[in-house]
Design a protein around this ligand. Structure first.
Ligand code: G6P
Length: 356
């Protein structure tokens, strides 16, 4: 069955490897043969009629939401806020006149997200759930629901569901935009091929994990714009399965505190894919190196320099997370493995959190 580990030691690695296929499933599902996007006209009309979108999610799904909000704002021109479900549920921000809600949830069962959905249903607002589990609670209780097509995700640490969420958010934002300079279907097909190349290169990340992270107490991920969003996800992935204390943040914030933690040998991993801010990020890397940081930089081709650790192909800037997240998943996986831990079952954590 699809949920069979096969020759893999852990589900997590199997699920990382499945990511190119997940993108292809989404392309098959949401584009017709003529390249037209199939999301439902009424759904798109309801979103267009809103004056503000509210994305609500938890954990890795929240991090996927941060990326989606940028697409909805920058591609589709729709003001979008992203909220942690457990905060929104008990400290609801002031809402706009015509809000529309988007719930992101791999399981469709996260109790905090459901609490928000019940509140907004009582208020009569419309909503869309993107989930990997058809007929789950968040699927049934929202106005609209779309499947993530990722197949069962078994490892507690979420990987392919994140890629599926970002991909589906891209399709949604693109359908709501009038971008003519991007052929999204073609770009996503190419990205699936490029992800395949990264996972085929997994031993590179095994080596880097062993040299840089396995024996470290802490690690930092930095980047700007959408790279800062992936930095948060990268740090979460590392800490949840390897127990290395990890922090991800906007590179420009280094000087406001975290730089004090950088000493000889501190791992600093940088994501560098945004042309607008590449020069500033280079400056941030240099600041950490001057304090002795052990740096590893993952950069897109046209922004890469000789000392960088890994070079990714150029890609539309807001789609870069689909590529950058993959090396960070592999780094987390091999760090956990190198520390002799049970990758799929981190201590104290559950796959689906049905308590508030
Ligand atoms: C748990 C899982 C995470 C997941 C989060 C949100 O903490 O361990 O991997 O990101 O819940 O779950 P959801 O199913 O709502 O995406």
């Amino acid at each position: 069955s699809e949920a069979d580990k096969g020759t893999y030691d852990y589900y997590m690695l199997k699920e990382i490897d499945e990511q190119p296929v997940v993108i292809r499933h989404l392309l098959d599902k949401y584009f017709d043969d003529a390249g037209k996007i199939l999301l439902g006209d009424q759904l798109l009309a309801d979103i267009q009629a809103a004056d503000r979108l509210y994305i609500v999610a938890a954990g890795t799904s929240y991090h996927a939401g941060l990326v989606g909000a940028r697409m909805l704002e920058q591609w589709a021109g729709l003001p979008t806020e992203v909220h942690v479900a457990s905060e929104f549920a008990y400290d609801q921000p002031l809402l706009s006149q015509k809000p529309f809600f988007i719930f992101l949830s791999q399981s469709g069962e996260t109790a905090d997200s459901r609490e928000v959905l019940q509140n907004i249903n009582r208020a009569g607002f419309k909503s869309l759930t993107l989930t990997n589990v058809s007929n789950s609670t968040l699927w049934r209780e929202a106005t609209y629901a779309l499947p993530l097509m990722a197949g069962p995700e078994i490892a507690v640490a979420s990987t392919k569901a994140y890629v599926a969420q970002v991909t589906l958010e891209a399709i949604l934002a693109y359908a709501l935009s009038s971008r003519l300079d991007l052929d999204l279907e073609k770009e996503l097909s190419r990205i699936a091929i490029e992800i395949q190349a990264i996972v085929d290169d997994k031993l590179t990340f095994k080596r880097v994990a062993e040299e840089l992270l396995v024996n470290s107490q802490s690690a930092f991920y930095i980047g700007r714009g959408v790279d800062a969003d992936v930095a948060l996800e990268a740090a979460l992935k590392l800490k949840e399965i390897s127990y290395v204390q990890a922090e991800g943040f906007a590179a420009g914030e280094l000087k406001h505190g975290t730089l004090a933690l950088i000493e000889d040998g501190t791992p600093v991993i940088t994501l560098l894919t945004q042309p607008k801010t590449a020069g500033l990020v280079r400056g941030n890397i240099a600041e950490t190196q001057a304090r002795g940081a052990d740096t590893f930089t993952i950069a897109t081709k046209s922004l890469a320099t000789d000392g960088d650790g890994y070079v990714l192909p150029d890609v539309d800037p807001l789609l870069a997370p689909l590529l950058t997240v993959v090396p960070t998943q592999l780094l987390a996986y091999y760090t956990s493995l190198g520390r002799g831990l049970d990758v799929d079952h981190p201590r104290n954590l559950a796959k689906s959190v049905t308590v508030q």
